[in-house]
Design a protein around this ligand. Structure first.
Ligand code: IPD
Ligand code: CA
Ligand code: CA
Length: 262
């Protein structure tokens, strides 16, 4: 596989999506509901169509898994996993915290991850075995070993109303220990910010593979540790994910495991 062409295709797809998203963000878009708290806008759909068209023109036989239109050529050995707009709720409320996330996989293994926030113009990129970058400069996770000095981030899944007590128990446990806790609303950016050393730890449950496929490679290539809540291997799409800088991983695992709904 010509990884240079894969990389350039991912980057040009991200810019096409960004060029569509920015004016729609400024103008405001109509919102539809996919579920009680799960939104979709014309921006999600337009950005996804632009990304798929760009990739398919270069790689017509590759598989695609995209949030809004699902799977195409599912059994193809090479596959692109696309979240056209991660942070739709932020986008819909005029909060400039959203991105497009694209991962390229060969036989299920992610070889390239690329994420662009078109508002801040930060482009995060990682190629398997080659480290991670932000706008071309190498990035790495933080060295913080003390949870009391750690800035954590989490997210709340779309089924949050059914698991509210369980979610809040984890928030309570971690908030009681850490220096701070944020909820930004874009899992892909959460992982890229962990990769940049801005956050020291991130946990969330029920994320989909398009939310994390690119960000997980970026965070791992930046030196991050990513497992499920129990410390087992994490593959995008698994039900729980704990991503940290490494030194605080065990303690966070313990906090999450001992958080019980009251
Ligand atoms: C959502 C965001 C959010 C996370 C949700 C995701 P979307 O993706 O990543 O941070 O908490 O679980 O579904 O719907 O904005 O693409
Ligand atoms: Ca998403
Ligand atoms: Ca999305």
């Amino acid at each position: 596989m010509d990884m240079e062409t894969v990389k350039n295709t991912a980057i040009s797809s991200l810019h096409k999506a960004g060029n569509l998203l920015c004016p729609l963000y400024e103008a405001g878009v109509a919102i539809e509901k996919k579920g009680a708290v799960d939104l979709v806008t014309e921006a999600d759909k337009a950005a996804e169509a632009a990304v798929i068209e760009t990739i398919s023109r270069v790689f017509p036989h590759h598989g695609i898994l995209a949030e809004e239109s699902g799977a195409h050529s599912e059994n193809a050995p090479f596959r692109w996993v696309i979240d056209p707009l991660d942070g739709t709720t932020n986008f819909a409320h005029g909060l400039p915290l959203f991105c497009t996330s694209i991962a390229f996989q060969a036989h299920g293994e992610t070889l390239l991850g690329a994420v662009l926030n078109p508002i801040t113009r930060e482009l995060f990129l990682a190629e398997k075995g080659k480290g991670a970058t932000r706008n071309g400069k190498a990035i790495g996770v933080s060295q913080t070993a003390d949870l009391e000095e750690s800035l954590l981030v989490t997210g709340f899944p779309y089924n949050r109303r059914e698991v509210l007590d369980e979610l809040m128990a984890k928030v309570k446990r971690c908030l009681g220990k850490a220096q701070g806790l944020r909820r930004l609303g874009s899992a892909a950016l959460d992982l890229c910010y962990l990769a940049s050393g801005r956050f020291d730890g991130f946990w969330e449950q029920n994320l989909k593979s398009w939310d994390t496929a690119a960000g997980v490679l970026i965070a791992r290539e930046a030196g991050g540790t990513i497992t499920d809540f129990q410390g087992g291997p994490y593959t995008p799409g698994d039900p729980t994910m704990l991503a940290t800088n490494g030194p605080i991983h065990k303690e966070m695992m313990h906090l999450l495991a001992t958080a019980h709904a009251e």
